[in-house]
Unconditional design. Sequence first.
Length: 392
Amino acid sequence: MNGYSRREFLGQCCAAAAGAVLLPLAGCGSRHEGVLDVPPIGYPTVAASGSHYEIGRTIGTAMRGRILGHLRYAADFRDSVAYLEGEGARTLERMLSRSREAFPHLIEEMAGMAEALEIPFMHLFAFNCRSEIEIMRNPPGCSTIAISDGDRTILAHNEDGSDLNIGRMFLARVSPPGGVSFLAFVYPGLLPGNGPAVNSRGIVETTNYIQPYRVADGIPRYLISRAILEAKDLDEAVGLATMSPRAFPFHHNLVSLGEGRILSVETAAWPEQRSDVIEVRGLYIHTNHFLHPEMSGPGPDGKRPFDIPYVSSTTRLDVLARAVESGGEPSNEKGILDLLALHEGRPYSPCRHPEGNVRGATLGTAVFTAPGRRMVLYHGNPCKHLRKEHAL
């Protein structure tokens, strides 16, 4: 396990973002059909307990309108079902078999949700494989800033996604039978875990999408991130994040609030199953391409072997790194939020607003501070300052 100094990390950020084009500020385009507003009082919360099947059914029942409203308009849901009913049936059956072998309880959770929604289980499973099916054309991306210096342990994360998720996100307080409960910011129709979460053992997970060249034959990424929510400690969380076989690359921000530790875990699926873990020391910034030297260096052909950086990710990284270099390091939640609320580089700014055909939006900003086991969530864009504290 390695560590970054502040100077080394900012140097890596600027090098990785070199060549990114910062776009001028632009006015917001017209709203697409099906896009809602963040509720004035923030997103709702559902509490679920019992067996995993009962947990899925409870979430599906309580959030049925939000989930089905999203699926009605979501092109990636239609594309996932079309893939399932066409050339992808055998591929998805293999992914389901691998998922059931590794996490049978999570397949039960998904089955309970599908029953409550009154949609075929395989349609919901396909949607939870949407990244693997689409390799996300025009991915929205997320931005993370963290500080770990012995005195402070703070992780802040902009959760970005399609604008169709605006107004349909929710929080879930879940008490599974294994005894490790968690609080998660949840996407409609997906298992908890892709959005920020904290569990009763003080383990925090947030994730950053990584663009791959292709998908491997393995377990879908949303199943892995959901499994981590019940990890009892950092070692177990890292073991789940780096398990094989994975279908898709991922970046996991993993925190132990009790220990005051933050780990950056980058995992690749193709052309080989590879991972790298770095202990965060000082200031840390991550967007949506690999930054660890072990993962981002050129391969034999001179190209990055594991990921494809794209303009949204490199632009946000460049904006944040330059802001820190010019304005100094943030020292608290407010300083970090000021960075995550920046609009420089729109429509690919850290604080994202849909513009024209670029539909990425910041759905919420989660902040976790040791030693407390709670989530501070800015509902919607951080520039709107709809701040709420959510206790586990």
